[in-house]
Design a protein around this ligand. Structure first.
Ligand code: ADP
Ligand code: ASP
Ligand code: MG
Length: 425
């Protein structure tokens, strides 16, 4: 029996009852002979509530203090979980990210893990304890400040610890039975996926399927850590995310042509209006954005009107960074030379993901047909080898996801998708 890392998301530890339920499950794994490291998120919507609170005090809080505030959420749940485990007669010790050796760069609110030195966790395990680690947080290598890894970052903590501790598996416990062909909150007929490759899962996660965070899947692929996504509320097998298909009975699960449909309403669109159509303009705009440490997603540049020699450039980015991006561009308005900026946060993105796209040329046409049959207007398009994404009005997103899911034959025969908890926030 080896070492397992189990991660419990906020909805699994939303209240005292949830914490006690999770504690029982952890003790079971320990009783089965495993060494157990647990990564825990903040209870329920605590992180959102802390963010709301910060906004009431300051519209643009300093990154350092913001991170200090947010990490309080995970501190509460880790201590309570350790107490609940002790109450069941087992030894547990809780650790902050810093104590667990999660070392990051110093980009507040979305720090990257650059090293994991879990000496204290190993020691605690050797003493027979269950080790509980606060997810989503670390300490910066240079300044020794407390950092956070970006929303949903506990998934990344779990995989990073699993890699550093050479765990057998990283189990991600959440409020649904695994990874589905679409968000079960939107598509009741979504199907649970038994196995999905790192590549397809990466695209789904990057396209907004928040059941796993993109960086966590990236990390798992790099260190080849199998992830088992499952519900903390049921005893069912979940979804395996790994490089090779799993065996089921005496046959191997096959790679699906289409893995699923993802959606994302957390992005906004900025249009830079009246940009001179000459070399260096796009470079100046995106240099400004990257200097502000903002990641962008899709980009389109319109053809310039011949009479004016001016063009418009639109791009999408996380809503949370909208204000920062607008401020940075306004500051550089004269250097770049544009007329005005338009900000639109009523957009949504729908993506179709699947390795089969490489070899099935009809997929793109079917995708656009499904959207047009549903009366959904497309504003931006982007593609990768195994993904097509479009931006639409936010109001159209749910309808569009369901239409595409049905068009690609992904609907299950029963309403099997159960959502056990969480508010979907
Ligand atoms: P946790 O609190 O456990 O981290 P999250 O809210 O971050 O949970 O992620 C679980 C949620 O992800 C589900 O409740 C579901 O609404 C959403 N989700 C989005 N896309 C998918 C998908 N393809 N499969 C399963 N869940 C999905
Ligand atoms: N508590 C953090 C969040 O809500 C991290 C996590 O849950 O993974 O984003
Ligand atoms: Mg999550």
């Amino acid at each position: 029996m080896g070492l397992v890392v189990q991660k419990y998301g906020g909805s699994s530890v939303a209240d005292a009852e949830g914490i006690k339920r999770v504690a029982k499950r952890i003790v079971e794994a320990k009783k089965n002979g495993h060494q157990v490291v647990v990564v825990v998120s903040a209870m329920g919507d605590t992180t959102d509530e802390l963010i709301d609170l910060a906004e009431q005090v300051s519209p643009m809080p300093a990154g350092r203090e913001f991170d200090m505030l947010l990490t309080a959420g995970e501190r509460i749940s880790m201590a309570l979980l350790a107490m609940a485990i002790k109450n069941l007669g087992h030894e547990a010790q809780s650790f902050t990210g810093s104590q667990a050796g999660v070392i990051t760069d110093s980009v507040h609110n979305k720090a990257r893990i650059i090293d994991v030195t879990p000496g204290r966790i190993r020691e605690s395990l050797e003493q027979g304890n269950i080790a509980i680690v606060a997810g989503f947080q670390g300490v910066s290598q240079d300044k020794k400040d407390i950092t956070t890894l970006g929303r949903g970052g506990s998934d990344t903590t779990a995989v990073a610890l699993a890699a550093a501790l050479d765990a057998e598996v990283c189990e991600i416990y959440t409020d649904v039975d695994g990874v589905f062909t679409a968000d079960p909150r939107v598509v009741k007929k979504a199907k649970k996926i038994d196995w999905i490759s790192f590549e397809d899962m990466l695209e789904l996660a990057a396209s907004g399927s928040k059941v796993l965070l993109h960086r966590c899947v990236e990390y798992a692929r790099r260190y080849n850590i199998p992830i088992h996504v499952r519900s903390s509320f049921s005893g069912l097998q979940g979804t395996w995310v790994s490089s090779e298909p799993i065996e089921q009975g005496d046959k191997k699960v096959e790679q699906a042509i289409i893995s699923g449909v993802a959606h994302d309403t957390s992005e906004a669109k900025i249009t830079v209006v009246g940009v001179p159509d000459k070399p260096g303009e796009a470079a100046a705009i995106f240099r400004t954005i990257s200097d502000a440490e903002i990641n962008i997603d899709m980009i389109v540049q319109n053809v310039s009107a011949a009479s004016t020699g001016l063009t418009d450039i639109s791009f999408t980015l996380p809503k949370a960074e909208g204000r920062k991006a607008i401020d940075a561009l306004e500051k550089n308005k004269h250097g770049i030379g544009f007329d005005s900026l338009r900000y639109d946060d009523q957009i949504g993105k729908i993506s179709l993901v699947g390795a089969g796209m490489k070899t099935n040329p009809g997929v793109t046409a079917d995708f656009f047909t499904a959207l047009s049959d549903a009366g959904v207007n497309i504003e931006l398009i982007s593609t990768s080898e195994i993904r097509i994404s479009v931006v639409t009005r936010a109001d159209d997103v749910n309808e569009a996801v369901r239409a595409v899911h049905t068009a690609f034959g992904l609907d299950s025969d029963s309403d099997e998708a159960v959502v056990y908890g969480g508010t979907g926030r």
